[in-house]
Ligand binder design. Structure first.
Ligand SMILES: Nc1ncnc2c1ncn2[C@@H]1O[C@H](COP(=O)(O)OP(=O)(O)OP(=O)(O)O)[C@@H](O)[C@H]1O
Ligand SMILES: [Mg+2]
Length: 415
């Protein structure tokens, strides 16, 4: 059994609380991914699980056994770090065999274990090489192999791929996915900054912020029904757009969130929002259009294929069907009530030309998590993991954020 139970776990360095009341139940054989902004405590949580850091208070159980005071080597865990730190003077074989030699395991047994791990990671041809004669991805695989031979119950990975270039990351990510399949009973906990790794590898994702667990769920649960503004903005790349103030009025919300891939461009100003394009990115397969509607950050609209819109154009857009999320002023999802949208015209009252054709956002019954229920087919078709993040993905400040707070109403959409 390699299930983990973390109960009321705190980690303090002096007066600084780095982990606050962490409660997690991780099933045997599950692949769990920790994500969160830099400094939120991901590595610290992993290191407390490994035993490299002491727990200040709370309980950690592995396989039903309380391990708070059990030495790292006796916890049945193995950890793979970002820096693989192989012994440079030892061959791949010896690097992988090292911990087994320390345990005085027989030569024949060591050979069997190392060769099996090398097979699993396609390192067979490299066993006699020194690390310096390997690529970064191969070295990282040796580091993983070194952990596999120990036959851990629980595998801990701390950003193992972040030193690799883009192509190698993809290849090594697939290796890790295969590794997971070949070790179905081994529990894996994996820290990453990479959205694609999190979405594709995880059975469940744990989102951390400032040492607190914000939400735990499957990738699609987090994507479809974020339980807070924070999670809504954190999961997904480029991130969810947030419209506030008068831009959220017709949704009877403090903030309405719409993912770039759920915005559709509407003709003749018939959308919910409109504004000037300040920047557009053509990636070939898809495009991102950054639009200034008077929010601090530009609204990002994703289009399939190449976009005809450029800086200076005015476009109008709306959420697809009912693919939007409503939040109150505390950042919690609004879970009650039915949105009775006001005509979009009222949002753009300063621009009668647009108002004349103002369409209204689709009404939707709000689901239990505050996000309006989405058709399953749409949800799966829009799985974000398959998409490479826009190279510029992130936030683009608008003129409003840079200069005057007062803004003119957006000009008439060109469509
Ligand atoms: N030994 C220490 N003494 C004091 N504070 C520490 C110590 N180690 C870590 N911290 C603090 O704990 C917090 C969490 O650090 P941690 O390394 O877990 O973050 P992280 O989520 O892994 O970040 P990153 O994504 O940058 O790796 C940080 O604010 C860090 O400064
Ligand atoms: Mg870290």
């Amino acid at each position: 059994m390699s299930d983990l139970k973390i109960t009321n776990l705190y980690k303090r360095y002096g007066n600084v609380e780095v982990l606050k009341d962490i409660n997690l139940d991780i099933n045997s054989g599950e692949f769990i991914v920790f994500v969160g902004p830099s400094g939120c405590g991901k590595s610290t949580l992993l290191r407390t699980i490994s035993g490299l850091e002491e727990i200040s208070s709370g309980a950690l159980e592995i396989g039903g056994r309380l391990v708070n005071d059990v030495a790292p080597s006796k916890r049945g865990i193995a950890m793979v770090f970002q820096s693989y730190a192989l012994y440079p003077h030892m061959t791949v074989f010896d690097n992988m065999a090292y911990s087994l030699k320390l345990q005085r395991i027989s030569k024949a047994e060591i050979k069997k274990k190392v060769e099996a791990a090398a097979d699993m990671l396609q390192l067979g041809p490299y066993l006699e090489r020194l690390p310096k004669a390997l690529s970064g991805g191969q070295r990282q695989r040796v580091a993983i192999g070194r952990a596999i031979v120990r036959n851990p119950q629980v595998f801990l990975f701390d950003e193992p791929l972040s030193n690799l270039d883009a192509a190698l990351r993809v290849a090594t990510r697939m290796e890790i996915a295969k590794l997971k399949e070949s070790l179905p009973d081994t529990t894996m906990i994996y820290v990453t900054h990479d959205q694609v790794e999190a979405m594709t590898l995880a059975d469940r994702i744990v989102v951390l912020k400032d040492g607190v667990v914000m939400q735990v769920g499957t990738p699609m649960e987090l994507y479809d029904t974020p339980q807070s503004l924070f999670v809504a903005g954190f999961i997904g790349s480029p991130k969810m757009n947030f419209m506030t103030g008068k831009h959220a009025e017709s949704y009877k919300a403090h903030t309405v969130g719409v993912r770039p891939e759920h915005m559709k461009i509407t003709p003749n100003g018939s959308g919910v929002w409109s504004g000037k394009v300040i920047y557009s990115e053509n990636l070939g397969s898809d495009s991102y259009i950054y639009v200034d509607i008077g929010e601090e950050e530009a609204v990002i609209v994703r289009q399939d294929g190449k976009t005809p819109y450029h800086a200076g154009d005015t476009i109008s857009f709306a959420p697809e069907a009912d693919l939007y999320h409503r939040f109150d002023e505390t950042g919690s999802p609004i879970t009650t009530g039915v949105v009775t949208p006001v005509k979009a015209a009222s949002i753009r009252s300063a621009n009668p030309a647009n108002s004349a054709k103002g369409g209204a956002p689709d009404a939707g019954v709000v689901g239990s998590a505050g996000a309006v229920a989405m058709p399953a087919s749409k949800t799966s078709a829009k799985k974000p993991a398959a998409k490479v993040a826009s190279p510029k993905a992130g936030t683009v400040k608008t003129a409003a954020a840079r200069k005057a707070p007062a803004r003119k109403a957006p000009a008439k959409p060109k469509a």
